[in-house]
Design a protein around this ligand. Structure first.
Ligand code: IPE
Ligand code: IPE
Ligand code: MG
Length: 262
């Protein structure tokens, strides 16, 4: 448990915009972490689950309201069948090992992705995770599983059409209501571990103005030091969202602009 002073500090930072409200992470590098140790890739995925739980707790302690992680992409089905089934089995192990603990710690779990293609067992585990944590408010952990940014846009368009939204009324705000992550604000900080500098079809819509942070750290090694380094780079960024910074560039009125210099 953290002291009230620490929590007050976190709240103050958030008010200043120094702490992101929503952090998204591409948890990459599990396979290489294991290969470096001459172990099967599965061991890296298993360690990756522990890194995730560690990160959820660290984010909650820092006053981050939403954490969204990429756990299995629409494209990861292209991997050998043995690895895919190992990952599916790991979902069941992870839920039975950690769901009770995270539920007691105030973590709300949401699953985003296409549940249609996963087995009944995996779907039931996800449903249980959502059901048991529905009242929790400390932090919302969204797990992107069988998720792809392009899949999300297509399913959102389909859902909007099915809901009878007239084409003329389909604004960005209206379409966003149908996206899988409609329960969360757009991510402020987008982290990718594992050294690759690409998005790999994660949060294509939502990351439009996210600050990007890439680290060579392999996901199973991700810890509070790595998280704090990412948060420090975020705090130093100047977010403009297409506007200009008014402090450095005061608005010049038309009248002032034509005045001759004194
Ligand atoms: C990320 O680690 C986890 C998943 C994609 C499921 P990888 O399995 O991609 O690990 P590397 O990138 O091969 O090291
Ligand atoms: C992205 O990692 C997906 C997840 C972390 C779940 P990948 O390892 O699948 O991405 P690529 O293939 O290197 O782009
Ligand atoms: Mg990878």
């Amino acid at each position: 448990m953290h002291s009230s002073t620490e929590r007050f500090g976190a709240a103050k930072d958030k008010a200043r915009g120094a702490v992101p409200r929503h952090v998204a992470i591409v948890m990459d590098g599990n396979g290489r972490w294991a290969s470096k140790r001459f172990m099967p890739r599965f061991v890296g995925h298993k360690q990756g689950v522990d890194a995730l739980v560690r990160t959820v707790r660290a984010c909650a302690d820092r006053g981050i309201d939403y954490l969204t992680v990429f756990a299995f992409s629409s494209e990861n089905w292209k991997r050998p069948q043995e690895e895919v089934s190992g990952l599916m089995g790991l979902v069941l192990v992870a839920v039975s090992k950690y769901l009770g603990k995270l539920a007691n710690e105030g973590v709300r779990i949401r699953i985003v992705g296409d549940r249609g293609a996963v087995s009944d067992k995996v779907r039931e585990a996800w449903d249980e995770a959502e059901r048991r944590t529905v009242l929790n408010r400390r932090i919302t952990l969204s797990v992107a599983f069988n998720y792809g940014g392009r899949w999300d846009m297509v399913q959102a368009c389909r859902a909007a059409i099915e809901a009878g939204v007239p084409a003329a009324e389909l604004t960005e705000e209206r379409l966003a209501e149908f996206l899988a992550l409609s329960h969360a604000p757009d991510p402020d900080l987008f982290i990718r571990t594992g050294g690759e500098v690409r998005i790999s079809n994660f949060l294509l819509w939502q990351a439009a103005y996210s600050e990007l942070h890439f680290t060579d750290c392999l996901w199973p090694d991700f810890d509070e030091v790595e998280l704090d380094a990412a948060l420090a780079t975020f705090a130093a960024r100047d977010r403009r969202f297409g506007a200009i910074k008014t402090e450095v560039a005061p608005v010049v009125t038309a009248a002032a602009a034509v005045q001759p210099a004194a």
